[in-house]
Design a protein around this ligand. Structure first.
Ligand SMILES: Nc1nc2c(c(=O)[nH]1)N[C@H]1C(S)=C(S)[C@@H](COP(=O)(O)OP(=O)(O)OC[C@H]3O[C@@H](n4cnc5c(=O)[nH]c(N)nc54)[C@H](O)[C@@H]3O)O[C@H]1N2
Ligand SMILES: Nc1nc2c(c(=O)[nH]1)N[C@H]1C(S)=C(S)[C@@H](COP(=O)(O)OP(=O)(O)OC[C@H]3O[C@@H](n4cnc5c(=O)[nH]c(N)nc54)[C@H](O)[C@@H]3O)O[C@H]1N2
Ligand code: SF4
Ligand SMILES: [Mo]
Length: 757
């Protein structure tokens, strides 16, 4: 994948792609001025998960690393709204003072934290724990609370654990509102999809209103009408119930609550539901029977349903279909995730706390993204007063950018930590620029595989530009400026490290037991104590030492099965930490066994809970509800945010990175194009209740009539942007369009109209 012909090319260095959550291993040759260019990029064969696989995107990573608009100095907003450059000492001092002032006046709970990492960088989130602890900040959120919280709410109640599925070995694979051909989400996605499609003994089922690239490979494509999944899935489970296809013995052995669930499906009018969903009844019955007869079924639900009407209900129906047919815990089905740092923490379930203003459910510790503006734009005494945003771009990525901007304007203080002047950074009082993901050690906690699970600590490939440093260093400096850094603890730990690991462990655990407040400051204290003592390019790994110790206590058997810490007298946590540092191509940190999964059900009685009564009312209202409320003014259904070959949220800002689809076209069916007088490549005006924009049209026979689709991550302000470089989808979406339980947005079914220009 040669991109640049440059002299002085370096040897191949291992790293990872940061453009989707797969984080495929890559190898990079550096070149150009001072060796700062990612000159050549290829898939890394030594990476245990991706095994050399890479899609079309990582060859363009230099557009991230060498964006001409990278920030190099801290910025402070002037009264007139413009920015001035300030030095680091001033920036750190003023940010610390102003955060403390807000804490003192309104309480730490009024300071809201957003972000902590995107598709490639989760270490900032680990270090930000210290900032939140120092401030007593309680509410936080990130992108998971606009996609996965409904699913997490369902999974935690039914199973007490978050699960993923084994597409490599399944007999039947079901993709529900998911297009892995372009969005990936499973290792080596295209290889796995082709294998599933090619094997006549296996079957792929895709539920998507578009004839996607994935749907084209499928054996059964249920081409649902947009927003119709609740009716479709209810009908599918009703087929299982009414045709007596339930896995009765398995249900008896492992599940509770079947008797409460069955009455909702025994009389369900399957034909009527299929008609509402827009899918032929015979095809629905065939798909349901195929699922019931398979030895194993893997399901993947994603944004097509999670950012859509009835999303939490659909997550529930999908699981009824899976568990009703016995698909949990055996090879080729769903498994509970063994993670180093659980993104979906079971500990947060049961503690049902709510947001201060809208009284919304906080799920897995996250405030629903769609309510954030309402938690600010009010005179409620408990409203959020300040926001600290890190490695995220919520003004662009959350519903209703206009409203988000109003909310940001209303805050007393906004601090944004980013590498670029993002749409969110533009609203900040202080912008704090940091090292890029290739200039510091980084890692993600997207550890979702089974039975072998992987971790990859990437080492810095180069130093940051003069004056910049990582989030770890930033959080340490902020803690110091706030007087919150436990200095004597740092000194004690530094000394102990030089004596050896046993002394270091003893010292660390003594600090923990003697001072309850130490735990909150441990990430920055570890960084200060040992960051500079770790191998070159690994300083930011310091906080992982504590994570390794915790993992050694929570999942010791899984780690030992991976061959770690098996030598006599070796400390398991330290062995895991050393393995993290030593394996710069990634490594297997845990091996699990399918047989253990039933025992890992995390509900109080160790059985799967089939009945979620809180969802029954919504389920039973389906017969009288319309799929999309009829609105003559806005007759089309817009899916705002489709993954395409060249989209990657807003990680890459320079639009020249996109080899295809430079205009981020609105996809329209041939029928609609004809009716509306639209030409391929022509312009049109797209309008929703919330906004209006000029778009370029692509006539696509993958679209069904009545459905139109825009890409995600486009419409970014950049000096290389030409004319229509795509529009920002959330200028068109509304915060009140959200799920009643989880508050997740309905981006995939926004009412819209299109007019030719
Ligand atoms: N190329 C690329 N890959 C990415 C990303 C990226 O930006 N670009 N982002 C990553 C991230 S953050 C995520 S969360 C994942 C998301 O991955 P996906 O969820 O697979 O991505 P989308 O394309 O947003 O949505 C999937 C499908 O939902 C369909 N859909 C729309 N409306 C409906 C509906 O009513 N019902 C059903 N059943 N389907 C519907 C769309 O047609 C689309 O094919 O992708 C990751 N991978
Ligand atoms: N309408 C609509 N909206 C959507 C979606 C959709 O389908 N439709 N998809 C949603 C989904 S699934 C997701 S996950 C979100 C993603 O949205 P966000 O979570 O807001 O994240 P990104 O767009 O990935 O923004 C990442 C930011 O991090 C910055 N950055 C890059 N590297 C670093 C670094 O090393 N350190 C720091 N501090 N910053 C860095 C980038 O410059 C960028 O500003 O978007 C969501 N928004
Ligand atoms: S699938 Fe593509 S975009 Fe995702 S991490 Fe791998 S190479 Fe990067
Ligand atoms: Mo996402």
């Amino acid at each position: 994948m040669a991109e640049f012909e440059e002299p002085n090319i370096s040897t191949w260095k291992p790293s990872a792609c940061i453009l989707c959550e797969c984080n495929c291993g890559i190898e990079v040759q550096l070149g150009g001025d001072g060796g700062r260019r990612l000159a050549k990029v290829r898939g890394d064969k030594a990476h245990p998960a991706s095994q050399g696989y890479a899609c079309e995107k990582p060859s363009r990573l230099d557009f991230y690393q060498n964006d001409p608009e990278r920030l190099t100095t801290p910025l402070r907003r002037r009264a007139d709204g413009s920015f001035e450059q300030i030095d680091w000492a001033t920036a750190i001092r003023e940010v610390a003072e102003r955060l403390y002032a807000i804490r003192d006046e309104h309480g730490g709970e009024s300071i809201f934290y957003y972000g902590g990492g995107g598709q490639g960088n989760h270490l900032p989130g680990a270090y930000s724990r210290s900032l939140r602890a120092a401030l007593g900040s309680r509410y936080r959120s990130n992108a998971l609370a606009q996609e996965k919280t409904g699913e997490a709410w369902v999974a935690m109640q039914m199973l007490g654990r978050f699960t993923r599925s084994d597409f490599e070995h399944c007999e039947v694979g079901v993709f529900l509102g998911k297009n892995p051909w372009f969005s990936h989400g499973i290792p080596r996605a295209r290889v796995t999809l082709r294998e599933l499609a090619r094997d006549p003994e296996r079957c792929m089922i895709v539920i998507d209103p578009r004839r996607t690239e994935t749907a084209e490979l499928a054996d059964i494509h249920l081409q649902v009408k947009p927003g119709g999944d609740a009716w479709l899935l209810a009908a599918m489970f009703a087929v299982i119930v009414q045709e007596d296809l339930l896995a009765r013995d398995w249900l008896e052995a492992h599940c509770d609550g079947l008797d409460e669930v069955l009455p909702h499906f025994e009389m369900l009018p399957i034909g009527d539901y299929c008609a509402r969903a827009g899918v032929p009844e015979e095809l629905v019955r065939a798909a349901s029977r195929r699922i019931a007869s398979a030895s194993s079924v893997a399901f993947f639900e994603d944004l097509g349903v999670q950012m859509n009407r009835h999303s939490t209900l659909v997550s529930y129906l999908h699981r009824l279909l899976a568990y009703g047919t016995g698909n949990y815990g055996r090879e080729g089905s769903a498994y509970p995730v063994t993670s180093l740092q659980p993104l979906f923490s079971p500990s947060s379930i049961g503690k049902d706390y709510r947001t201060p203003v809208t009284n919304s459910r906080v799920i897995i510790g996250l405030t629903p993204c769609n309510v954030i503006p309402e938690e600010i734009l009010t005179d409620h005494p408990k409203r959020f007063r300040a926001m600290f945003v890190e490695a995220a771009n919520p003004v662009h990525s959350l519903a209703d950018s206009q409203r988000m901007r109003e909310a940001f304007e209303a805050l007393d203080l906004v601090v944004v930590v980013d590498i670029a002047l993002s749409e969110t950074a533009r609203m900040a009082d202080y912008v704090l620029p940091v090292a890029s993901q290739f200039e510091k050690a980084e890692a993600t906690f997207f550890n979702f595989e089974f039975p072998h699970n992987y971790f990859h600590l990437r080492h810095a490939l180069m130093d940051p530009p003069q004056g910049l440093f990582s989030e770890a260093e930033l959080h340490a400096r902020l803690a110091e400026a706030m007087g919150a850094m436990p200095k004597s603890a740092v000194d004690a730990l530094r000394g102990a490290w030089d004596e050896g690991r046993a002394a270091f462990r003893a010292q660390f655990f003594e600090l923990l037991s003697s001072d309850a407040s130490f735990i909150g400051m441990a990430p920055v204290a570890l960084y200060r104590a040992i960051g500079d003592k770790l191998p070159e390019g690994c300083a930011e790994a310091a906080a992982l030492w504590a994570l390794a110790q915790i993992s050694a206590q929570t999942i010791p058997d899984s780690i030992r099965r991976a061959g770690i810490g098996t030598r006599d007298g070796e400390d398991l946590g330290d062995a895991l930490f050393d393995a993290m540092l030593a394996n710069d191509h990634g490594f297997v940190f845990a091996i699990d066994a399918w047989d253990d999964n039933i025992g890992k059900i995390g509900t109080p009685n160790g059985r799967i809970q089939l009945a979620l009564p809180e969802l029954f009312a919504e389920l039973d209202s389906l017969p009288t509800e319309e799929r999309m409320p009829v609105d003559r003014e806005f007759p089309l259904v817009l899916s705002a945010g489709e993954r395409r070959a060249f989209t990657a949220n807003t990680i890459l800002r320079d639009p020249s990175w996109r080899r295809k689809d430079a205009s981020g076209a609105l996809r329209v069916s041939p029928e609609d194009a004809e009716r509306l007088g639209l030409a391929d490549g022509g312009r049109a005006r797209l309008t929703t209740r919330r906004g209006s924009a000029e778009v370029v049209v692509e006539i696509s026979n993958r679209m069904q009539a009545g459905h139109i689709s825009l890409p995600n991550g486009t419409g970014i302000a950049h000096s290389n942007a030409k004319d229509i470089g795509g529009i920002s989808p959330n200028e068109l979406t509304a915060t009140r369009d959200r799920d009643p339980i989880a508050g997740t947005p309905w981006h995939k079914s926004t009412a819209a109209r299109v007019e030719a220009i």
